[in-house]
Design a protein around this ligand. Structure first.
Ligand code: AR6
Length: 115
């Protein structure tokens, strides 16, 4: 089973194998978390990821919960369910990185974890 950790903070500051981006179809980086990731991950870092053979620790922002406006309650439920149903192979740990207390609380409710 994949271990789930919930934290509050800036996803670009985490030391993980991969971060999942809330991207737009141009993949050029926009505002929000996408812009933050593009500013933090320069071409050098992206090149360094090419030979990586799989990722053990993956961090997720609260995808779709910003400008996209998806309802937080449903979004957090779907995110946790999707990770729990994902077949544990190489990925050992998922971190839900929340930008604020309210989002952290929702994720903790869905995962059933206390601080
Ligand atoms: N670390 C962690 N979470 C963050 C950070 C950060 N540095 N910055 C923002 N968030 P959003 P979306 C949270 O709007 O709704 C982009 O422009 C934020 O508070 O970035 O999926 C793309 O280009 C919110 O809870 O993404 C797409 O076009 C969550 O990350 C579009 O927005 C997602 O907010 C995607 O919209």
């Amino acid at each position: 089973m994949i271990e789930i950790e919930i934290i509050q903070g800036d996803i670009t500051k985490l030391t993980v194998d991969a971060i999942v981006n809330a991207a737009n179809c141009s993949l050029l980086g926009g505002g929000g978390v996408d812009g933050a990731i593009h500013r933090a991950a320069g071409p050098e870092l992206l090149r360094a990821c090419i030979p990586l053979n799989g990722c053990e620790t993956v961090a997720f922002p609260a995808i779709s919960c910003g400008v996209y406006g998806y309802p937080w309650e449903a979004a957090t439920e779907i995110a946790v369910k999707s990770v729990r149903e994902f077949p544990a192979q190489k990925v050992k740990k998922v971190i839900f990185c929340c930008f604020g207390e309210e989002m952290e609380k929702l994720y903790r409710e869905k995962v059933g974890s206390r601080r």
